[in-house]
Ligand binder design. Structure first.
Ligand code: HEM
Length: 442
C-alpha cells in the first residue's frame, strides 16, 4: 500500500451534534477552548484545574456549528495513556488539530500540508518517515550542533547588550535562536533566514486569521498578506527540497527530499507537509519556551538566585521550565473504535484532545504544580514533548538550546528580568508569546 494522502482520507467534521454517549462528568466548559482569542491571557490553567478536578473526561462543543465537539483530557495518566494507545486513538483518522477550517475558509495548500505530514500518520508509514529524520536528532549530532548554538547565543547577547537595557526579548533573542538552529540543521543559507522568520510570525496567527468567520474581525490587508505569505513559503520549501533531490547535501532537507516510502519518493503533498511541520515544530515551541523561562525566573527570584550560585542545576531547571510552559497546548486524536476512558464511553470517530499543559500541572504527579521548583525530582517526567511513537523528535535540540541560552544569560546578566509587559497572541494550539519586554539590569 502506498503512502496515503491524509488530506483526502481523514474524517471531515460532521457538524455540531451531541456525543453518542452521555457525558458522565457534568461540567459546563469553564471557557471556550476552541476560540483563539481566549488565549491572549496565557494558558487557562485555572480552567484546566476545574476540568481536571470535576470532569477529567469533559465533553466540549464548539461555538462554530459546522464543527464537531470533542472529549477533553486533563489528567496526566489519561493524557499519557491516550498518547500511547495509538491503535485506538489515531493521529491519522482526523489529524492532530481540534478542527480544520471549512472548505470556504481554508487555504488549500496550507490545509493539505498540515495533514500530509508524519505527525498525522499512524503505523506503518509514520515510523518509516520519522526514521529518515533521525540522524539529525541523535546525541552525537546535537552535541556537534551545540558549539554553533553557543556561539549564536553569545552573538545575540552582544547585540542585546548594545541595544539594551530595555528591549523585547522575543524579537532580539527567543525568535532568533531556534530559527538559527533549525536553519543550520536544514541547511538554509543565511540570506534566506529573515524570510523564514516572517513566515513563522505569520503562521502563529493562522488560526486567528482563518477562524474569523468571513474574516470579519481581521483586517482584509492582513488576510491578503497571509495568503500571499503562505504561497511564498510553500514555493520556497518545494524548490529547496527539489533542489536537494537533484543535488543532495549533508543536511536535513536532503534527508527529507530523498525519503523513500515503499520504494517511492515522497509525493509533492508530503514535501509541502514535511517542510511545514519541520519549520513550525522546531521554531515556535522553542521560542516560547525560551521566553516562558525568563518569566518564570522573574516570578521566582529565589530559584534564580540558586541557579546563579549553582549552574549545575540548569539542566533540571530546563525540564521544570518546559513542564510549566508546555508550549504545545494540545494534540488531538480520533477514536478508531468505541472505547472508554475513566468509564466515559467514547464512540468511534469522536475526537479526543490531550491537554499537555493541564497534565503537566496534575498535583497527583507534580506536588505543588504551580510552583517553579528547580530541584523537583520528577521534573523530567513532564509530557510537554508528548510520549509514545510521536514523541517530539526535537526534544534534545530544544533542551540543548534552552540550556545553552540560560547558562550564558545567567552568567552575563544576573539581574536580567521580565518587566511584566508582554503580548500573547490569539492562538489556541501553541502558547505564543509575541512580545516580552525585559530589562537587562545593566
Ligand atoms: C520546547 C520545545 C518543543 C516542544 C514542547 C515540542 C512538543 C512536541 C509535541 C508535544 C510533539 C508530539 C506530537 C504528537 O504526539 O502527536 C512533537 C512532535 C514533533 N516535534 Fe517537537 N517540540 C519542541 C521542539 C521541537 C524541535 C526543536 C524540533 C525540531 C528541530 C521538533 C520537531 C518535532 C517533530 C518533527 C515532531 C513530529 C514527530 C512525529 O510525529 O513522529 N520539536 N513536539
Amino acid at each position: 500500500m502506498g503512502l496515503e494522502l491524509v488530506s483526502e482520507t481523514c474524517l471531515e467534521d460532521r457538524g455540531a451534534r451531541d456525543p453518542v454517549h452521555k457525558p458522565i462528568f457534568d461540567l459546563t466548559p469553564p471557557l471556550d477552548l476552541g476560540l483563539a482569542a481566549n488565549f491572549t491571557a496565557g494558558q487557562p490553567f485555572e480552567a484546566f484545574k476545574t476540568m481536571r478536578e470535576n470532569a477529567p473526561v469533559m465533553w466540549h462543543s464548539l461555538s462554530d456549528k459546522n464543527l464537531e465537539g470533542f472529549w477533553a483530557l486533563t489528567r496526566y495518566d489519561d493524557v499519557r495513556a491516550a498518547n500511547l494507545n495509538t491503535e485506538v486513538l489515531s493521529s491519522q483518522k482526523g489529524g492532530i488539530m481540534m478542527a480544520y477550517p471549512a472548505d470556504d475558509r481554508r487555504h488549500p495548500q496550507l490545509h493539505s500540508a498540515s495533514l500530509d505530514t508524519m505527525i498525522c500518520l499512524d503505523r506503518p508509514h509514520h515510523m518509516q518517515l520519522r526514521r529518515e529524520h533521525m540522524a539529525y536528532f541523535t546525541p552525537g549530532y546535537v552535541s556537534r550542533l551545540k558549539a554553533k548554538v553557543e556561539a549564536k547565543v553569545t552573538a545575540l547577547l552582544d547585540d542585546m547588550a548594545a541595544k539594551g537595557p530595555k528591549l523585547d526579548m522575543v524579537r532580539h533573542f527567543s525568535s532568533q535562536l531556534p530559527l538559527f538552529t533549525l536553519c543550520e540543521m536544514l541547511g538554509i543559507p543565511e540570506a534566506d533566514r529573515p524570510k523564514i522568520r516572517e513566515w513563522m510570525d505569520m503562521l502563529e496567527l493562522a488560526q486567528y486569521v482563518l477562524e474569523s468567520a468571513d474574516f470579519a474581525n481581521v483586517d482584509p490587508a492582513q488576510v491578503m498578506q497571509f495568503m500571499t505569505g503562505v504561497q511564498e513559503m510553500f514555493a520556497y520549501g518545494r524548490a529547496a527540497l527539489l533542489d536537494r533531490r537533484a543535488n543532495p547535501k549533508d543536511d536535513m532537507l536532503s534527508a527529507i527530499a530523498n525519503v523513500e516510502i515503499d520504494g517511492a519518493k515522497l509525493p509533492d503533498a508530503y514535501l509541502d507537509g514535511s517542510w511545514l511541520l519541520i519549520i513550525i515544530a522546531g521554531n515556535d515551541t522553542t521560542r516560547n519556551s525560551l521566553s516562558g523561562t525568563m518569566k518564570l525566573l522573574t516570578q521566582f527570584p529565589d530559584q534564580k538566585k540558586q541557579l546563579i550560585a549553582n549552574p549545575e542545576l540548569i539542566p533540571n531547571m530546563v525540564h521544570e521550565a518546559v513542564r510549566m510552559v508546555s508550549p504545545v497546548m494540545y494534540m488531538r486524536r480520533t477514536a478508531t473504535q468505541d472505547t472508554e476512558i475513566r468509564s466515559q464511553k467514547i464512540a468511534e470517530g469522536e475526537k479526543v484532545i490531550l491537554y499537555f499543559g493541564a497534565a503537566n500541572r496534575d498535583p497527583e504527579i507534580f506536588e505543588n504544580p504551580d510552583i517553579f521548583d528547580i530541584h523537583r525530582a520528577n521534573a523530567k517526567d513532564h509530557i510537554a514533548f508528548g510520549t509514545g511513537p510521536h514523541v517530539c523528535l526535537g526534544q534534545r535540540v530544544a533542551n540543548m538550546q534552552i540550556e545553552a541560552a540560560y547558562r550564558q544569560i545567567l552568567a552575563r546578566f544576573p539581574d536580567m528580568k521580565w518587566t511584566g509587559e508582554e503580548e500573547i497572541l490569539p492562538n489556541g494550539f501553541t502558547h505564543s508569546i509575541g512580545k516580552l519586554w525585559v530589562d537587562l539590569g545593566t
